[in-house]
Write a protein that binds this ligand. Structure first.
Ligand code: XMP
Length: 325
């Protein structure tokens, strides 16, 4: 019988057996999946686990602070924070192709984990080696990256199809057979607070795959502002639980003519992509209240320089995917 209790017991036993007395690191992204994976592995091997939070500069506003506070408060886990903003931006410079971006981000994550691995060993030499990397990979991530039987590669999720070929870590992926709702149940059972377990999904590659065009610091800052406004208004309207997630996308390679004050503008559009879904494998666009859309649109065009248009994505999945890239 499938119960969260059974899943936890089975995984804890399997992880203990796999890791033995060695050590593991777990990449935390601020999302539900990596948090639950980390909590599960911590339950299995305790202080043999170190969590690594990579600040790649592709995060939304206030996300880094939230991981540093909420997750550590909830679990007491050992956390290492790595500032890798320069490195990710440099690796992404000049790149517009979505799959190329995904592979670069996946590879850079691993390079940073390798560096963290070396540092952890240097800090506690003579201790057991750090051999394992914990990832919060879910069943849909595997399927969409072409890992499922008979499925085509739709997009390379950063922690599956985006991994480099020379990966030396052994992977621990305790959620690989689960869907999001099951992961949330496991997280709740492990004692994680609602603020973590009920968070809307956010992809590991972050805002890097929400800028259509090249990823630059300026564009990230702009998108971060627009995204923060959308999230603020959705929360204020009480819609967080009705909406599965709402990607906010910057069409950086598109410009349109507008008018503001008494002058012409030539700016970029922002796309709102609110979706309703059970498991992210399929989705529908959310019929959300017009007055909330109007408020978001007015605020973004007033408050975010260079954005003079807000558009609503009314495509289901399929044929669209949830993210634009
Ligand atoms: P798509 O765009 O494929 O997204 O319909 C399905 C769900 O997966 C999330 N997503 C990702 N999550 N790494 C992640 O951790 C990724 O590379 C990635 N790509 C998409 C997306 O936000 C949605 O919830």
């Amino acid at each position: 019988d499938w119960t969260t209790g059974n899943v936890i017991d089975e995984q804890v036993a399997a992880i203990r057996e796999q890791v033995g007395t060695k050590r593991a690191i777990c990449g935390l992204s601020g999302g539900v999946d990596s948090a639950v994976a980390a909590a599960l592995v911590q339950k299995a091997i305790g202080s043999q686990l170190t969590c690594v939070y990579v600040d790649h500069g592709l995060m939304r506003k206030d996300e880094t602070e939230q991981v540093e506070k909420d997750f550590v408060a909830a679990t007491g886990v050992q956390l290492k924070v790595v500032d890798a903003q320069e490195r990710f931006l440099a690796a992404l410079a000049g790149v517009s192709d979505p799959e190329e971006k995904r592979k670069i981000i996946g590879r850079e994550f691993i390079r940073v984990f390798e560096q963290a691995q070396a540092e952890i060993v240097a800090e506690a030499p003579g201790d057991q080696p750090v051999e394992f990397l914990v990832q919060g990979t879910l069943y849909p991530d595997v399927v969409e990256s072409g890992g499922g039987t008979g499925t085509a590669n739709i997009k390379s999720h950063h922690n599956v199809g985006g991994l480099p070929e020379d990966l030396e870590f052994k992977l621990i992926e305790p959620l690989r057979k689960l869907f999001k709702d099951e992961v949330r149940m496991v997280g709740a059972e492990l004692g994680l607070p609602d603020e973590i377990v009920q968070r809307q999904p956010f992809p590991g590659p972050g805002l890097g795959i929400r800028i259509v065009g090249e990823v630059t610091k300026e564009r990230l800052d702009l998108l971060r502002e627009a995204d923060a406004i959308a999230r603020e208004e959705l929360t204020a309207a009480g819609l967080d639980r009705d909406i599965w997630q709402c990607p906010v996308v910057l069409l950086a390679d598109v410009r349109s003519v507008g008018v503001q004050g008494d002058g012409r503008t030539y700016g970029h559009p922002i796309v709102l992509r609110p979706v309703s879904s059970e498991d992210a494998m399929t989705a529908d666009w959310t019929r959300m209240p017009y007055d909330v859309l109007a408020k978001i649109s007015t605020r973004i065009t007033n408050e975010v320089a260079e954005v003079n248009r807000v558009v609503l994505d009314v495509t289901s999945k399929p044929p669209g995917t949830i993210e634009w890239e």
